[in-house]
Design a binder for this molecule. Structure first.
Ligand code: NAP
Length: 520
């Protein structure tokens, strides 16, 4: 029997009035649930957030909202085992990889409750020091951040149903802005169960959290100038959302997190057997296998000095040969299926295209088991690192390409930039001069750079892990957005305003150390 996933809108659960779109068990291909949002009045959903949720959140201090996030993190964590089971069945992830999503969600909520401690006891955040604008200090200016009086619409990708929802919600709720969450449909069961837990916990004020199972209908056509749209998904969908006429007319603030052809670069100095070398191999193999390669931060292009290609190829191939593909319920399995039939179709087509441009080292486009959306971990080697296919499309599965380069930081950066903007780039080197050149040349094309070396290997958290304290996003193909980064992550949900006037008033009320006397 399948479950009907309901939406939570205007303070009540709502089952769509139309025919449901099915979700499947990624291993058995059996239907698990349906979603349908027909009959929802999306204008009323936005109004509910703006008129009920927004004022309730803004009546709370940053510290109170931080405490609310901590409580929510705890409430979701209590259901960890159940959520991991659901994650295994609906997303096809192994239990270990499922923790990445579920613990990522609760961990990010907890992190934002901690970041709230840095925030003032005022309904605004002072941005830097005040500035003398007149001949004397009498005429003064100060920048402040205030919460937007709209709704935050969050459209999320299928690959991290828990984390993607809660990393966005943590920033918006702490800023004082109510959220409307829409998960990717193929894995919506995990997000829906978290929505139930969130609503039943009663931790968030009414109107602060609404949840859409299924299509967002005409929601974007109803968004207004104080609303925010934060999207994670493919660049194709992003382009469609960006061109919404109503959003353009109302200058709806958008943050887009899209595709990325992330690169890992091995420098010539990282000697075989060194910590940096081992870290490089381990991280590349992990990114290909973990969550069956369905991580926006997973490495897709691996740059290796030409003369070291043989060693690297052999080592990665050996690590991928140890991957056990199968039913993620089985504890021996280290890589489950892709999340959906359409994912399987897209990944197989992508592998075929890359194989046509290079040499298949291992894996391939064939479906691995009779049932379920399985492919093998795949490595493809390019003879020519500049062949267009390796820089054109993200294959969102367990697949990466090996690209030879001449060993110089400048040449590596040039090849990496052909990806036209990435979320994360990693380099592996103990040579500080090489690293400095690579970082400066790669930085304009990246939201985040990760430098692997002997000295940090023991403590490092892999580059594919997004940390709440560091920004997540990237230019160009990656969407041009920026999320997280500690309290920087609140910026999408707040308006920065320059206040100019008599210093006694401006500095007195809005200076960095101002007392909590200003009103919302
Ligand atoms: P997708 O097909 O673009 O869908 C993303 C979200 O947009 C889903 O919730 C989808 O809903 C919704 N959507 C699709 N068309 C829409 C429309 N016309 N109006 C409103 N919403 C619409 O992407 P996906 O397959 O879920 O995710 C995979 C992609 O996400 C990959 O390309 C990956 O690189 C990217 N990604 C990026 C990041 C990042 O942080 N940069 C993180 C994770 C994933 P339905 O599912 O109901 O169609």
């Amino acid at each position: 029997m399948t479950t009907t996933l309901q939406s939570y809108v205007q303070g009540a659960w709502h089952a769509g009035t139309g025919e449901g779109r099915p979700l499947y068990n990624a291993t058995t291909e059996e239907p698990m649930a349906t979603v349908n949002s027909d009959g929802i009045d999306f204008g009323a959903v936005l109004d509910h957030a703006r008129s009920v949720g927004g004022p309730a959140l803004r009546a709370m201090s940053f510290a109170e909202r931080g405490a609310m996030l901590k409580a929510l993190s705890g409430a979701i964590h209590e259901h960890r085992e159940e959520l991991l089971d659901l994650s295994v069945a609906n997303t096809g992830t192994t239990r270990k990889d499922g923790k990445f999503d579920i613990d990522g969600a609760t961990g990010t909520l907890a992190a934002y409750s901690y970041f709230a401690k840095e925030l003032p006891d005022t309904p605004f955040i002072a941005d830097g020091d005040g500035i003398q604008l007149g001949r004397t200090a009498r005429f003064w200016g100060q920048h402040i951040w205030v919460p937007r009086h709209g709704a935050a619409v969050h459209i999320n990708a299928f690959n991290f149903p828990a984390w993607n929802m809660m990393e966005k919600a943590a920033c918006a709720l702490l800023a004082g802005v109510p959220v409307i969450e829409k998960p990717g449909t193929p894995t919506a069961m995990v997000a829906w169960r978290i929505a139930q837990i969130t609503v039943e916990s009663g931790i968030l004020p009414e109107g602060a959290y609404q949840f859409i199972a299924g299509s967002t209908g005409d929601l974007l056509d109803k968004m207004g100038p104080q609303d925010v749209l934060a999207f994670t998904g493919s660049s194709w969908t992003a382009a469609k959302l960006r061109s919404n006429e109503n959003c353009i007319r109302n200058s709806v603030h958008m943050n887009i997190e899209a595709d990325s052809l992330n690169a890992a670069v091995l420098a010539p100095d990282a000697e075989e057997g060194s910590e940096a070398w081992n870290l490089f191999l381990r991280n590349v193999a992990l990114d290909i296998r973990q969550k069956t390669g369905q991580k926006c931060t997973a490495v897709r292009r691996v740059l290796v000095p030409s003369e070291r290609m043989d060693d690297v190829r052999g080592e990665i191939e050996a690590q991928l040969a140890a991957v056990v593909t199968g039913d993620p319920v089985d504890s021996a399995t280290t890589m489950g299926p892709l999340a959906s039939a359409s994912q399987l179709r897209d990944v197989r087509a992508g592998i075929e295209k890359l194989s046509g441009a290079g040499k298949l080292v291992c894996g391939g486009a064939e479906q691995v088991h009779d049932k379920g959306y399985f492919v093998a971990p795949t490595l493809i080697e390019a003879a020519d690192a500049d062949a267009d296919a390796f820089h054109a499309d993200e294959v969102f599965g367990p697949c990466a390409s090996l690209l030879p380069y001449d060993g110089s930081a400048e040449e590596a950066a040039r090849i990496v930039a052909r990806g036209e903007g990435s979320l994360i780039g990693s380099v592996y080197s103990n040579d500080s001069a090489w690293v400095e050149s690579a970082v400066l040349a790669m930085a304009p094309w990246h939201g985040r750079l990760w430098v692997g070396s002997d000295k940090m290997a023991e403590q490092s958290i892999p580059p594919g892990t997004v940390l709440p304290a560091m920004i997540h996003g990237g230019p160009g193909r990656a969407g041009g957005g920026e999320e997280l980064g500690g309290i920087r992550g609140l910026a999408d949900y707040m308006q920065r305003t320059a206040v100019q006037g008599f210093k006694g008033q401006v500095h007195g009320s809005f200076g960095a150390s101002a007392p909590a006397t200003a009103t919302t």
